[in-house]
Ligand binder design. Structure first.
Ligand code: PEP
Ligand code: MN
Length: 341
């Protein structure tokens, strides 16, 4: 249920509505908007009677919400969520580029990639200190030491840091060192971790599980938001299909579908989706054309020596060329949207 307040309603009216929701044993989420304030209701097992709230002073309308995701849905919040990060905005218009190595390997490597992506115009630095690898014999990441290297790279370049937490212990450390906490594809349905992420004071970069539907992804976002953290960024990173020509199948059709269903920013990671350097640029361009709010790209100065995902890492020159194209495309896409409106 979404309770929409009248334009001239008072703070007292709003407090009364919140109280009446809580008195029924449900949760009230106040959603301020450009046009009007609304109160989202969650926790009710059965549909509520709109009449209960429509009789209260200051209430314009009580609307039943049909989707299983509430806080993440456009029904609750029609305007795009915007998240401020490093002086830039994620969501709502501008293209946001996150780039960096797959893993933090050593100080020199992370610093050199940070400097080159910064000079090329990236908005944030990525790099895993905790690596959820398919094999236990593969490089698992530098852990806390890696986080400290990322923090020093931020100091040197001014770029905000996006890095993954793989469990609740690493999330504590990532929250302390990073600017955005990534939850990887393999943990998208780790509900205990999602709840912990929901109590974090940093935005959450939530990657789609490789077998997850749009509904699964939005309900995972809902877990985070239900704990009070509304800064969630969704990321398509490829799903498993019968195709063998690329590492995963990039499901770009989910971009407009997510933007329809949700107000949360939608990113695309063509590096993990394709697994092959030569396929990254075309899929990144397609992602921007499809309306993505941002992309996540893996970059390495010497991919042949990379400790993980070397085959999909862009070389510096290719990254520099791609980011220029992506910014140009973003302008065209935005202009088209304006023209249609
Ligand atoms: C990553 O971004 O470092 C990563 C491991 O990606 P994914 O969770 O999408 O596999
Ligand atoms: Mn990787």
């Amino acid at each position: 249920m979404l309770i929409v307040m009248k334009k001239g309603s008072t703070g007292e009216d709003l407090a009364r509505v919140v109280r009446s929701v809580e008195d029924l044993g449900f949760r009230a989420h106040v959603i301020p908007g450009a046009e009007r304030t609304a109160v989202g209701v969650t926790g009710n097992a059965a549909p509520l009677d709109p009449g209960v709230f429509e009789g209260l002073p200051g209430v314009a309308q009580a609307i039943p919400v049909s989707r299983p995701w509430k806080l993440a849905g456009r029904e609750f919040r029609p305007e795009d969520t915007r998240i401020r990060l490093g002086g830039r905005t994620i969501g709502g218009g501008d293209l946001f580029v996150i780039a960096g190595p797959c893993a933090v390997e050593n100080e020199e490597q992370v610093l050199s990639v940070a400097q080159l992506v910064r000079a090329a115009g990236a908005d944030a630095l990525r790099g895993g200190a905790y690596k959820p690898r398919s094999s236990p014999h593969s490089f698992q990441g530098l852990g806390r030491e890696g986080l400290e290297m990322l923090a020093r790279a931020r100091e040197a370049t001014g770029l905000p840091i996006v890095t993954e937490a793989v469990d609740e212990d690493s999330l504590d450390l990532v929250e302390r060192h990073a600017d955005v906490i990534q939850i990887g594809a393999r943990n998208m349905q780790n509900y205990a971790l999602l709840r912990r992420a929901g109590r974090a004071k940093k935005p959450i970069f939530l990657k789609r599980g490789m077998s997850a539907t749009l509904e699964d992804l939005l309900l995972s976002a809902e877990y985070v938001m239900n704990e009070g953290n509304s800064d969630v960024i969704l990321c398509e990173r490829g799903i498993r299909t019968f195709s063998r020509h690329s590492r995963y199948t990039l499901d770009l059709s989910i971009v407009p579908a997510l933007r329809d269903a949700s107000h949360l920013p939608v990113f695309v990671d063509p590096s993990h989706a394709t697994g092959l350097r030569d396929r990254v640029a075309p899929m990144a361009r397609a992602a921007v054309a499809a309306g993505a709010d941002g992309v996540m790209l893996e970059v390495h100065t010497a991919p042949e020596h990379a400790l993980s995902d070397g085959r999909q890492a862009l070389l510096p020159a290719a990254f520099r060329e791609l980011i220029v194209q992506l910014r140009e495309l973003a302008v065209i896409v935005a202009r088209r949207t304006e023209a249609v409106r």
